[in-house]
Design a protein around this ligand. Structure first.
Ligand code: ZN
Length: 152
């Protein structure tokens, strides 16, 4: 059983004829994906279907087999197709719609930055909540002494 196949399930042609570009679409005749058995071994990334080309801002969507291949092995491809430009570019020109770069070399830094940002936002929310509660507490204490004063 081969580790790889074309999207339609056929074997990858030895003469690489699947890489021929269809002049009407700019896309290859066929694209290589990991076999279903290989993909079933587990994903190391979420299964994502759409990505953005940073040069043109265009969004491209792809099918399940390609999406799962990226999720199983983010290093499998070195480039991808942009529907807006109608041609292929290196992965470092694209990011997933959730913001993560498609280029695995850039992913670690992007994730570290996101984690730091989320941590900062959590801390800001915590401080805002403390300030809110302190104001509430001060208001409660204030109204308490007013009541006491009334009954004195
Ligand atoms: Zn583009």
């Amino acid at each position: 059983m081969s580790r790889i196949q074309l999207i339609d399930g056929s074997p990858v042609p030895e003469d690489r004829s699947h890489t021929e570009i269809d002049p009407k679409t700019g896309q290859q005749k066929g694209y290589v994906v990991l076999s279903p058995e290989e993909r079933a071994k587990g994903f190391v990334k979420p299964v994502r279907h759409s990505y953005i080309h940073e040069k043109c801002g265009g969004r491209t969507s792809m099918g399940q087999a390609l999406s799962e291949t990226y999720a199983r092995d983010p290093h499998f491809y070195s480039g991808t197709f942009c529907c807006t430009c109608g041609t292929h570019f290196p992965l470092n020109e694209f990011h997933w719609t959730d913001g993560e770069p498609m280029d695995p070399e850039k992913q670690e830094a992007w994730n570290a930055e996101r984690d730091a940002r989320e941590k900062r936002e959590r801390e800001e929310r915590r401080l805002r909540r403390i300030a809110e509660l302190e104001r509430e507490l001060a208001a409660l204490k204030g109204s308490g002494s007013t009541v006491k004063a009334d009954h004195a």
